[in-house]
Design a protein around this ligand. Structure first.
Ligand SMILES: Cc1cc2nc3c(=O)[nH]c(=O)nc-3n(C[C@H](O)[C@H](O)[C@H](O)COP(=O)(O)OP(=O)(O)OC[C@H]3O[C@@H](n4cnc5c(N)ncnc54)[C@H](O)[C@@H]3O)c2cc1C
Ligand code: FES
Length: 289
């Protein structure tokens, strides 16, 4: 399949819209100085512009691109995402992207079972929007009905919730883990095919186990802590099997991933290791002239 080449851009973006799509999940639409293209699974580093920039931008999977407009979904977990949540239309950010290796395209994925948990939704939603076909199945998991971006998901997604509270009367949701929902859907799918997943590590591990059990391929998008975002700082390593290196080696998640074949990940190490967070030094506030 011929896809237009994706070229990494570093440019400014002006906020078009920024607001909640569910409890705790926000959508940010940015108009960039130049049009961009991306492949599902790729991400961008976002940062404040000018003198208030963080030392490191923050990585976010790209949800959608329309010409010069790029969209993200995010959850506030710390300082960088708190800054994002305060942005108003017209405010500026810097954008570096698209970065990283995407999910495989539909020519090697037949059929697809997509699994997204929480803020793991954007890369799999981007895949479904770009390449989804009849026979593909998409499963999204939230903690409860308030967590689920119902309007954004539309009718294409099966939804699971840990608690049924907040599920609207005109929607249905599987009560349980999203990987249990995915296992149910996989049992009824025409396979073997490919599982594509993004979310917290336990979800990734369960998706990988499910795929291995059923003899499906599996690709995972890992949301590792990142510094530079393009392979220099080595702050984002993931232990992977590599025939050339025994027993395993550290791959840089930003440039060799964030999408990896599940079979390459050394779970005993990856699941157990404290993530190598890149600690950012505090900058003194700038003196106002
Ligand atoms: C390739 C990639 C794609 C991502 N896509 C999205 C996305 O689409 N939407 C979204 O909301 N988030 C996404 N993330 C995670 C996002 O980058 C972090 O939540 C963000 O950097 C946190 O910045 P902060 O300054 O608010 O938090 P910090 O102050 O840096 O950290 C606050 C807390 O969050 C934890 N944390 C920070 N980064 C991560 C991480 N990567 N994974 C798990 N915990 C983390 C820290 O350990 C700490 O406990 C993605 C990460 C990667 C690597
Ligand atoms: S974030 Fe710097 S090498 Fe990956």
């Amino acid at each position: 399949m011929n896809e237009p080449a994706t070229i990494t851009r570093s440019c400014r973006g002006s906020v078009l819209d920024n607001g909640p799509v569910s409890r705790g999940l926000l959508r940010l639409d940015l108009r960039l100085e130049v049009p961009v293209n991306f492949l599902p699974g790729q991400f961008a580093m976002l940062n404040r512009s000018g003198g208030r920039a963080f030392v490191f931008g923050r990585p976010f999977s790209i949800l959608a691109v329309d010409g010069d407009t790029v969209s993200f979904l995010y959850r506030v977990v710390g300082r960088g995402t708190a800054v994002l949540a305060e942005l108003e239309p017209g405010d500026e950010l810097t954008f570096l992207g698209p970065l990283g290796r995407p999910f495989p395209g539909p020519d090697v994925v037949r059929p697809a079972l997509l699994v997204g948990g929480g803020v793991g939704l954007p890369p799999v939603a981007a895949w479904l929007a770009r390449w989804g076909r009849d026979g593909d199945v998409a499963c999204f998991g939230g903690r409860d009905g308030h967590d689920v971006p119902w309007d954004l998901l539309g009718s294409d997604w099966a939804v699971s919730v840990d608690e049924t509270e907040g599920v609207p009367a005109d929607h249905t949701a599987w009560h349980g883990l999203v990987t249990e929902l995915a296992a149910d859907r996989l049992a009824h799918a025409e396979g073997p095919g490919t599982v594509l997943a993004c979310g917290p590590v336990p979800l990734l591990r369960a998706a990988a186990d499910l795929a291995a059990r059923e003899d499906w391929d599996c690709w995972l998008s890992l949301e590792e802590h990142m510094g530079c975002g393009y392979g220099v700082c080595k702050g984002c390593v993931v232990p992977v099997r590599d025939p050339a290196v025994s027993p395993w080696r550290n791959a840089t998640c930003c440039s060799e991933g964030p999408v990896f074949p599940a079979a390459d990940i050394v779970w005993e190490v990856y699941g157990a290791q404290a993530s190598l967070a890149v600690t950012e030094p505090e900058r003194p506030p700038k003196e106002k002239p």
